[in-house]
Design a protein around this ligand. Structure first.
Ligand SMILES: NC(=O)c1ccc[n+]([C@@H]2O[C@H](COP(=O)([O-])OP(=O)(O)OC[C@H]3O[C@@H](n4cnc5c(N)ncnc54)[C@H](OP(=O)(O)O)[C@@H]3O)[C@@H](O)[C@H]2O)c1
Length: 259
């Protein structure tokens, strides 16, 4: 592998200021790509050489701003990582979810990617190349029903859509794949662990163990790091994965059980 395997490539990473998105941005930039990262808030410590765009990509207006700015300032994209996603609904299970909760989950976890793909694909097709990665979740197959029913269902839709897109655009030179992370200890996850520890009056290690247990355990014995996921995303974007299409790579330390 060349140290600068993405030299000359223009990459857009949504949600590129924290967690896995930030790790992907850092890795692509280190390997030579020109990287544009989006987030609703600009980062306090921006990475040198990375261009940041402030926009809420879960809205049509925010996605429109990203598309206009990228096309005006960078022209065609070579690499697109649809990383934005998440859930902010309260616990209480399926019956506690309102239409607005469902709508928010679908806009953030599905439509943000759909709109950006729809905008950037025609130019990728015109240049005859491009690679897209969608960040799904193991929850699309292993939903945690207490608080993330809508999130898990939206991620399942994203995975299905990613496969359909791969079938449609593979013949036109575009590679499209997905990455399904398991429990990854991002800053948000660390905060959750601290909160659980406080709530249960236990140490962070015990709270982390309880979270791992709630997933049925992690055979590798630890949560993943953002860098674990970034490596796989970079591989899928690279020419090293030239014959990988319509796949969903699971990065979960073995969490998903065999059925
Ligand atoms: N962490 C896990 O264990 C885990 C497991 C499975 C799947 N995932 C998936 O992996 C992806 C990344 O998760 P993460 O844990 O790395 O997230 P994170 O640490 O919470 O970071 C999220 C990033 O996305 C940005 N963002 C969030 N909503 C946005 C919006 N509407 N428009 C633009 N930017 C937005 C955030 O910046 P702002 O807040 O400034 O907008 C931030 O840069 C998500 O799709 C998530 O569902 C995570």
């Amino acid at each position: 592998m060349s140290a600068l395997e993405f030299h000359g490539k223009r990459a857009l990473v949504t949600g590129g200021t924290k967690g896995m998105g930030e790790a992907v941005v850092r890795l692509l930039a280190q390997r030579g790509a020109t990287v544009i990262a989006t987030a609703r808030q600009l980062p306090a410590s921006p990475l040198a050489g990375v261009c940041y765009l402030q926009a809420d990509v879960a809205t049509p207006e925010g996605a429109g701003t990203v598309v206009k700015t990228v096309e005006r300032d960078f022209g065609v994209l070579d690499l697109l990582v649809n990383n934005v996603g998440g859930s902010s609904v309260p616990g209480g299970g399926a019956l506690a979810l309102t239409d607005a909760d469902w709508e928010a989950a679908i806009q953030t976890n599905l439509m943000a990617a759909v709109r950006l793909d729809r905008a950037f694909l025609p130019r990728m097709v015109a240049q005859g190349s491009g690679a897209i990665v969608h960040i799904t979740s193991i929850q699309r197959r292993l939903p945690l029903y207490e608080s993330t029913v809508a999130y898990a269902a939206a991620k399942a839709a994203l995975a299905n859509y990613s496969k359909a897109l791969a079938n449609e655009f593979g013949p036109r030179g575009i590679r499209i794949n997905a990455v399904a992370p398991g429990f990854i200890e991002t800053t948000a996850a660390s905060a959750l662990i601290e909160q659980m520890a406080l709530h249960r009056n236990v140490g962070d290690d015990e709270a982390r163990g309880a979270l791992m247990e709630s997933l049925g355990g992690i055979p590798l014995g630890r949560p993943g790091s953002p860098e674990d996921v970034a490596e796989v995303v970079a591989f899928l974007l690279s020419s090293r994965a030239g014959f990988v299409q319509g796949a969903e790579y699971v990065v979960d330390g073995g969490t998903l059980p065999t059925v």
